[in-house]
Design a protein around this ligand. Structure first.
Ligand SMILES: Cc1ncc(COP(=O)(O)O)c(C=O)c1O
Length: 461
């Protein structure tokens, strides 16, 4: 027979499914629930644990338990944050487009639309793309002493396909993938779909803790780590130089393959001034994944990977196996936009736009404690990262606000933001923070919405 606590958990789950309990609703304390149901407190604890395990409830000791705004777990919608929000103001997804972008992009397409060029671009293509595309994309990531050859480049349809292929190639089913404790939700979904075990790597605003990473690997080996060293989603920071060097040492000593997600890296600065790819420090064991959906536009995207020779056959196989092939028309367009400097102009405009939006958010939203506040230690190191710009604002909510109810309240005001738990690698973790994606609304709408969020925090606090 089904255990009592499972039956009771099913009942609560059904109330969440039919909408009686809504995202952000607070559940009674375990003690009150036990009293109301006439069960032992230990049974109530098991019910709540089961609901957390199913990804339906976020809860931490002493803070209360809330219905998740982003249900997780098997059979739940994936938290890939891939679909645009239905709320009037979308501060959930970042789709940066700067004014005049289409005018900048159009001229290079004229050549591509000539019948002879188009006939060529309509032919099929494989994961190796074309010779000129490999050369252009290799040039795009080169920096300082790291100049990968064109043969190091492979292509996919978008960034998620590139990440998925790297996971398939490097981590066996059931294997252990280390990710920063706060990470891109898409990688959580992709890992779950492959039956991988996510291992949360303790981190602060300057990146993962190298000693903790070494200890975790010593206790049970990691097959790979997935990280975002530049313009981290959701924190927006870059790993400072000292942390990069220490992590490179540890990862080299442990021989752990690294998947470096560089999809947002362009926003931290042109490759010449900003911290370069982490791959430059560990070229022999890092696969860099990147895509054009943020640099240019999600409607015409290409994903790419830059990998050392020994990894390439497995990556190419994983891409082919998943049917994750690039479209040749977008690839040919990218070749032109990289070649004539259009890509860099668009990226420079986006950098300026991101910085202006980030400064606005810093001025408008009261934050009692930012992990990168000025001072000494790793937080101060990270300050350099945040100032380089990002379209992400990680808002540590003022006490006594909790993320899930705040997200639900913001939604009632027509503003979609993302609860911190969507980024937590550990489903039991419920950061008291929300991520605000700054890129999508026009600047005046953004300003009004941030003012409204600030007001909401004041009145609810
Ligand atoms: C960190 C990160 N990596 C990868 C992606 C996915 O890139 P693409 O849209 O090209 O699949 C995103 C999209 O939001 C992202 O934020």
């Amino acid at each position: 027979m089904r255990a009592d606590y499972l039956r009771l958990a099913d009942e609560v789950a059904a109330r969440i499914a039919d909408g009686t309990l809504r995202p952000g609703d607070r559940l009674p304390t375990q003690r009150a629930y036990a009293r109301r149901r006439g069960i032992a407190p230990s049974t109530a604890t098991r019910v709540y644990r089961e609901l957390v395990r199913r990804g339906l409830v976020a809860g931490e000791v002493g803070r209360g338990s809330f219905v998740r705004a982003d249900p997780q777990g098997p059979g739940r919608p994936a938290t890939a944050l891939a679909e645009p929000s239905a709320a009037p103001v979308d501060l959930e997804l970042n789709h940066p487009v700067v004014p005049g972008q289409a005018d900048l992009l159009a001229p290079a397409l004229h050549g591509l639309l000539r019948p002879d060029a188009l006939a060529d671009a309509l032919r099929p293509i494989g994961v190796a793309g074309t010779e000129i595309a490999r050369a252009r994309f290799a040039g795009l990531v080169a920096c300082g002493g790291w100049t990968p050859g064109p043969e190091a480049v492979l292509f996919a349809g978008n960034g998620r396909q590139a990440i998925a292929a790297a996971l398939t190639a490097l981590v066996p089913p059931g294997g252990r993938l280390g990710v920063e404790a706060l990470t891109y939700p898409g990688v959580k979904s992709l890992a779950r779909a492959r039956g991988l075990n996510l291992v949360a790597l303790p981190m602060d605003a300057a990146g993962p803790d190298p000693a903790a990473l070494a200890a975790i690997h010593a206790a049970a080996p990691l097959h790979a780590v997935y990280v975002q060293p530049r313009a981290h989603n959701p924190l927006g920071v870059c790993w400072p130089a000292a942390r990069r060097a220490r992590l490179a040492q540890v990862l080299a000593a442990c021989a752990i393959p690294v998947i470096e997600d560089a999809v947002w890296s362009f926003i931290a600065g042109p490759e010449a001034d900003a911290p370069g790819p982490f791959a430059a420090l560990l070229p022999g064991q890092t696969v860099l994944v990147d895509s054009m959906s943020k640099r240019l536009a999600p409607g015409l995207t290409v994903g790419h990977l830059v990998a050392p020779e020994p990894m390439r056959p497995a990556l190419a196989e994983a891409l082919r196996g998943a049917g994750a092939l690039p479209g040749r028309v977008p690839l040919e367009a990218m070749v032109r936009w990289i070649g004539d400097g259009t890509l860099e102009r668009v990226c420079a405009d986006k950098r300026a736009d991101a910085l202006a939006r980030l400064r606005l958010a810093h001025t408008m939203l009261p934050a009692p404690r930012r992990p990168w506040a000025r001072g000494s230690g790793p937080e101060a190191e990270a300050e350099a990262g945040i100032e380089q710009g990002s379209y992400f604002f990680w808002w540590e909510l003022p006490e006594p606000l909790r993320a899930e109810p705040f997200v639900a309240a913001a939604l009632e005001h027509g503003i979609a933001v993302t609860p911190g738990s969507a980024f937590a690698a550990d489903p039991r973790s419920t950061p008291r923070a929300v991520r605000i994606a700054l890129a999508s609304p026009p600047p005046d709408v953004l300003e009004r919405s941030l003012a409204r969020l600030a007001e909401l925090a004041r009145s609810a606090g």
